[in-house]
Ligand binder design. Sequence first.
Ligand SMILES: [Cu+2]
Length: 501
Amino acid sequence: MRRCVRRRTMGVLALVLVAALSLNAHVGSPNVFFDGDAGPYHLYVTVRVPQVIPGIAEIQVRSASNDVERIEIVPMRLSGAGSNFPPTPDVAERSPQDPQFFAGSLWLMESGALKVRVSVDGSKGKGELAVPVPAFAQKTLPMERSLGGLLGFLMLFLAIGLVFIAGAASREGSLEPGESPSPAKARRARIVMTVTAVIVLGILYLGKAWWGAEASNYRRDVNFFKPPEAETQLENGNQLVIRAKGQDPEWSEIVKMADVIPDHNHLMHLFLISTPGMDRMWHLHPVRAEGGVFVDDLPNMPAGHYQVFADIVDKGGFPWTLVGQVDLPQIAGKSLAGDDSTWTGTALAAQAGGPSVAQLADGGRIVWEKGSAPLVANTPMVFKFKVEDQDGNPAKDMEPYMGMAGHAEFVSSDMSVFAHIHPAGSASMAALDLANAGATGGAAAVDGSIPSRMAMPMATGSLPPQVSFPYGFPKPGEYRIFVQVRRAGRVATGVFDAHVE
Ligand SMILES: [Cu+2]
């Protein structure tokens, strides 16, 4: 599954392998957050992925109930042969302070689409779920100088030692006691030492070449998995044309736009956010056109500078976010329809951490049940929102929006973080299905339909007036959170600012 393997075996096989490679759903937010059921147990799972592969992933599991006795965790391939033969699971340790909290660490040995299987045992019997985990190299760690120096010294010591050992063995290996080496033996020893030195230098040279090739493959891996670029172009007045361009030249041979598959009803979810203030946001759904491009007939928009985030899912079921920027003139376009939505409001203040109540256009509001504790980076949280009507009562007109109770976009003020989160967490629906295919009592249905927690009653009944999202900010800073729900056929967007320490 590693990319260097793929590089050597380009072709159909490589394409099949690679289709299952990337889970880079988000920008600047690699950790995985999950909220779902393992049989009778409701769990919140956080996977902190390592920055280098092989590397150690930290797994945290919090049980919603106190009836869990034991949790085992094991990393596996998301799908394919490896997914049926897991290694021996590790036991996650229960926290002495908090009996509902379990933690463990797992070595992730290869890049690619992996999953962590979580097996639960408790008073209600056994349960299991699997969380998709993208394992890919995010950066190259430099070697520490002291370690490099020590290794260099040891290498010299070994290399020179080897030459002298060979020389000594040739010169003095067959001497009788008291005999001194003859000039012929001394000459032969010099030849042996010269030959040995040449061989040792050859080995060092090949070793350096091997190291260099590995390092260069690794660097290309890191580059390959960086968010692709969204190249945009305005045509015919209001038609935005979007092209995906990977950071690696081979990216577009591997992730083909022609094979992109729908993720919650659409091939692409396009977010246009005005910068720097983030005071306008559009969530649109371009359609695929000829030649591997996506096209959207833009709605009415004021002229401005917009940040572009476009979510797609490749044919392996794994998502990418294209990133770009575009300057648009004033657009006189179509009116918003279907799942398209927009929001306009005040700009993000320099020091955010705004109110926890967002007014909606119809007089209703969304309330973030944020609590009083400060928001801290790298801490998994559950973001809970309740939706109220104009009289302040719980909204009775909540409907599924693209099949789910809600969608939330967490965006940092410098645009370096963009995460599109759902009630089940940060993984894509398709990856969740793959991860849990064949599992008993898992979070996702085996037939590939969306997990029952998200399979909302599309036709009958309304949804509860609250929605929650498991997520953790990846770094300190100012963030804007767009929370989107559908009420009585219309999309309502509540916007919250967060100051993260
Ligand atoms: Cu969504």
